[in-house]
Design a protein around this ligand. Structure first.
Ligand SMILES: [Zn+2]
Length: 140
């Protein structure tokens, strides 16, 4: 279980191959496998970004590389799982809990139908009552 060599051959540090931060040379941003194949380190001398390999999937995101660029290779932690397990009560700044309430449209439709049904019933009762009172009037 490891990242295949074919994949490693084509993977490059995203910071060093794209945009204005592209490094000089024909093939910048080469990566080296370290820590028993758990981390990839950019070989550009002034980059040193490190990318975790989670469950055999290299996480090639610049913000991930930034996070570890000042960490020595021997201090790198276990890369962890691809999908982090988040405790329900956690309020981690990197994983904001969604505060937008999820509104099920079917609930809204149900409430609307219920309100209409009540209004129709009230209206029907009032019509009946006025008809009855008029009938009484006619009798008198
Ligand atoms: Zn790099």
């Amino acid at each position: 279980m490891a990242v295949s060599k074919d994949l490693l051959d084509i993977l490059r540090c995203p910071y060093c191959v794209s945009g204005e931060t592209r490094k000089a040379g024909d093939d910048p941003g080469r990566l080296k496998l370290v820590c028993d194949g758990k981390w990839l380190v950019c070989q550009e001398p002034d980059c040193q970004r490190k990318y975790p390999i989670k469950e055999d999937i290299p996480v090639m995101l610049i913000d991930q590389g930034d996070k570890w660029m000042n960490t020595a290779i021997e201090d790198l932690p276990e890369p962890g799982k691809l999908v982090e397990e988040r405790p329900m009560s956690a309020s981690s700044p990197s994983a904001p809990v969604a505060t937008v309430p999820t509104t099920d449209p079917m609930i809204l439709v149900g409430v609307g139908v219920a309100i209409l049904a009540v209004l129709a019933l009230v209206g029907w009762l009032m019509m009946r009552r006025s008809e009855e009172s008029c009938a009484e009037c006619d009798q008198d």
